[in-house]
Design a protein around this ligand. Structure first.
Ligand code: ATP
Length: 153
């Protein structure tokens, strides 16, 4: 059991280091959960947030695995491989679009928008928002493995 978790954690870590798209999803998740406390969400809303983020994460990780497997078994251009990769990428897109739809429904709440606006209007709030955005941007752009890192394929 512990070993399975260790393998899964290692896979997650390697994928995060290798795939910028996954780091974008992590940054978006961090942003969503930083904004959420300003909204009057009930338990169902929180559950929806967790589900939507988990759905996109799961789809992106499976897409990454499919891409790596395809590249391993067939390094050359191949019609069938292209089809498989396109379908996997389409799966991520579908999950992301529907998760974004859920996000718009949740975050368009006027009371939450007012609370968020009031927080950002203070110097401390504006500074914290800018610092968060800068940290997430840095993580997405610079959090990947170096080109010469050969610890995984
Ligand atoms: N071996 C191949 N044979 C045919 N088409 C391919 C092949 N490799 C990639 N493609 C085409 O290029 C697209 C992008 O594939 P690639 O493996 O570069 O993914 P990617 O751009 O790294 O995707 P992501 O941004 O999700 O990581 C595929 O969806 C597919 O249409």
């Amino acid at each position: 059991m512990g070993r399975s978790f260790a393998c899964a954690g290692r896979g997650l870590w390697r994928a995060l280091r290798a795939e910028r798209n996954l780091r974008i999803h992590l940054a978006a998740t961090a942003l969503v959960f930083s904004l959420a406390p300003f909204y009057p969400f009930d338990r169902g809303d929180w559950a929806l947030l967790f589900l939507a983020c988990g759905l996109v994460w799961g789809a992106e990780l499976l897409n990454t695995a499919v891409e790596r497997l395809c590249d391993r078994v067939c390094p050359d251009r191949d019609r069938a491989i292209g089809w498989v990769k396109d379908a996997a990428a389409g799966g991520v897109l579908a999950c992301a679009v529907f998760a974004a739809g859920a996000g718009v429904c949740l975050f368009a709440d006027p009371a939450g928008l007012r609370a968020l606006g009031a927080a950002i209007a203070t110097p401390l709030g504006a500074g914290a928002a800018l610092a968060l955005l800068a940290a997430l941007g840095l993580f997405v752009l610079c959090g990947g493995k170096r080109k010469d890192d050969k610890t995984h394929f």
